[in-house]
Design a protein around this ligand. Structure first.
Ligand SMILES: [Zn+2]
Ligand SMILES: [Zn+2]
Ligand SMILES: [Zn+2]
Length: 297
């Protein structure tokens, strides 16, 4: 990276003015600028310090004394400033962090959901609000191929997606395109044969959970309508319905007529697909304000 490129990034980030700018928003913008370029951690640090402005650098020097700023890494600098500007994290703080949180490069959908759940927990919203916000964030703030695939997959559906649907699609895409690429055909065969223990909620190998609780307990199964697990983990997903004879759900929740097959998810009227434009954009700050009002009321 030459000095012109560096200058361009610094200009794009802009200077941080304490009291005028909000640190969390500023840092999110900074990360976004980094993500557009191949910037390693050492360069991030350099660009961050160059962008901050004299006033903030002075503050930072004061915080980390007797250490020198140059001896810190990028993550520490960001953490220290965050602690300084948000000494008592409250719901507002966590909500802002939640809204600004984007899926990181190399972060699996599973981990992304888990991190969002951690932040949501601190926001103490009602269950209904929390589920709604999680769904919207997952559609908006996934990145790269997962975002593209998720949006196009969800747009194929006739109805507004449920949170469980977003969970299922996200995991499926992750499996197929992100991690799938690294799996050779032989490995896949081996994986299928091995009796690897799977999570009863999300059907992912338990090894991927790494001792963290499964973040998909908010799902409601589309096969049996029981809460707490995804369709992919349902023992009824291969059951033939006694009423309509279609495989994939139980008669108790059947919406078809006796003897008449229904094919859930099949779009019989392509013209109406455009009416179900559901991509939710809650990225801009006005939505953070809306949510702030919600928790303050
Ligand atoms: Zn799980
Ligand atoms: Zn089920
Ligand atoms: Zn049925």
């Amino acid at each position: 990276m030459d000095s012109d490129e560096k200058r361009a990034i610094i200009n794009k980030i802009g200077m941080f003015i304490p009291g005028k700018n909000k640190w969390l928003e500023y840092n999110a913008k900074m990360e976004e600028c980094f993500d557009d370029h191949p910037v390693d951690l050492e360069q991030r640090k350099e660009l961050c310090i160059a962008s901050l402005g004299a006033k903030t650098v002075k503050i930072l020097k004061g915080i980390v004394k007797p250490q020198k700023i140059q001896d810190l890494d990028y993550t520490t600098i960001v953490d220290k400033l965050e602690e300084y500007f948000y000494p008592t994290p409250n719901r507002q703080y966590y909500l802002t962090k939640f809204m600004l949180r984007k899926q990181l490069r190399d972060e699996s959908f599973f981990k992304f959901v888990w991190h969002l759940r951690q932040l949501l927990h601190q926001c103490r919203l009602s269950n209904e609000e929390a589920h709604k916000n999680l769904k919207e964030q997952l559609i908006t703030n996934t990145t790269g191929i997962v975002k593209l695939m998720l949006e196009s997959e969800l747009q194929k559906e006739k109805t507004v997606p449920t949170l469980s649907k977003v969970f299922c699609k996200g995991l499926e895409i992750d499996d197929r395109f992100v991690h799938g690429i690294r799996k050779s055909r032989r490995n896949k065969k081996k994986l299928r044969k091995s009796k690897e223990k799977k999570c009863f909620r999300c059907n992912q190998p338990l090894t991927t959970h790494e001792n963290i609780t499964c973040p998909f307990d908010w799902a409601q199964c589309e096969s049996c309508e029981m809460p707490g697990h995804l369709l992919t983990a349902c023992k009824y997903q291969k059951t033939k319905c006694n009423k309509c004879r279609v495989i994939g759900h139980v008669a108790k929740i059947c919406k078809g007529q006796k003897g008449i097959k229904v094919f859930p998810g099949q779009n019989d009227d392509p013209a109406s697909a455009s009416e179900t434009e559901h991509s939710v954009r809650i990225n801009d700050l006005s939505d953070i304000e809306r949510l702030t009002r919600l928790i303050l009321d």
